[in-house]
Write a protein of this length. Structure first.
Length: 122
């Protein structure tokens, strides 16, 4: 017999070549994201980590990577950052779109990071 569903793991974050980044409700809850928070990606070797760089209300001015809730009201968030999306797409060897799951949370220097599993094809 042959299994029909080869990979049952769902994606948590989607990077588009246009710079649009969609974040699932699961990651929003794990990072305690609020509208206006600024996300960033940290790289260490081959690992990529998603984290909150600035919290809403604790900064002045406009920033790239500022998140907002999507219109569906399902707890998903979105941001636009051509720099972040292009970096991850280039690192993964993709041209247009990358959907990937996220791994475990780690805490370093009182900041919470979530591993981005960008080498897994979903």
């Amino acid at each position: 017999m042959k299994s029909i569903s080869i990979n049952t793991r769902r994606h948590d974050i989607t990077f588009h070549a246009s710079g649009k980044i969609d974040i699932s409700a699961r990651i929003v809850r794990r990072l305690n994201l609020a509208p206006g928070d600024v996300i960033d990606i940290a790289a260490e070797g081959r690992e990529l980590y998603l984290y909150v760089r600035l919290r809403a209300g604790k900064y002045a001015g406009r920033h790239s990577g500022s998140v907002w809730a999507t219109a569906q009201g399902k707890g998903t968030f979105r941001t636009c950052s051509k720099t972040l999306a292009a970096y991850v797409l280039q690192k993964a060897g993709k041209m247009r779109k990358l959907r990937c799951p996220c791994g475990d949370e780690i805490t370093l220097q009182n900041k919470q990071y979530i591993t981005i599993i960008y080498q897994c094809q979903l």
